[in-house]
Design a protein around this ligand. Structure first.
Ligand code: SF4
Ligand code: SF4
Length: 135
């Protein structure tokens, strides 16, 4: 069995395509959608986990590339540097899973790695470079 987390970026022409359906039906992949963002007429972005036999996952990824989907591997890990974090809370509204949360009484930001889907939304908003990505 193979498992791959990838970021798919697709152009407007492919936004209506049943891409995940095709991956399941034609390539025997199991799909777990971790995040989906669509900007109509601009682009679509999906973060997915592909599961299946090695051949199924390879075939699915090959299909995506052939139809013009940009496929990037998802980073392995996001880390929160307690030393650099100023607890400014700028990252909190950008985190879709509450992996970053704030204790309002103490005004302290904490990071729950288990909840992080490695969407990278927190990285550009942290002026202190306290959120780091590891590949
Ligand atoms: S934006 Fe950066 S410095 Fe501010 S709370 Fe989040 S991780 Fe800490
Ligand atoms: S990468 Fe950052 S914004 Fe995305 S889920 Fe993880 S902590 Fe939250």
């Amino acid at each position: 069995m193979a498992k791959k987390k990838v970021i798919l970026t697709f152009p407007p022409a492919l936004i209506e395509e049943p891409i995940t359906y095709n991956l399941i039906k034609n390539f025997n992949c199991q799909i777990n959608i971790l995040k989906a963002t669509v900007r109509p007429k601009v682009e679509g972005r999906l973060v997915i986990e592909l599961n299946g036999s090695r051949e199924a996952v390879a075939g699915g990824l090959d299909y995506l590339k052939k139809i013009g989907v940009q496929v990037e591997p998802l980073a392995q890990e996001v880390r929160h540097s307690k030393e650099r974090c100023s607890h400014c809370t700028a990252c909190i509204p950008h985190c879709p899973t509450n992996a970053l949360s704030v204790d309002r009484e103490e005004m302290k930001v904490s990071f729950n790695r288990e909840r992080c889907i490695i969407c990278e939304a927190c990285l550009p908003v942290c002026a202190y470079k306290a959120m780091e990505i590891r590949f």
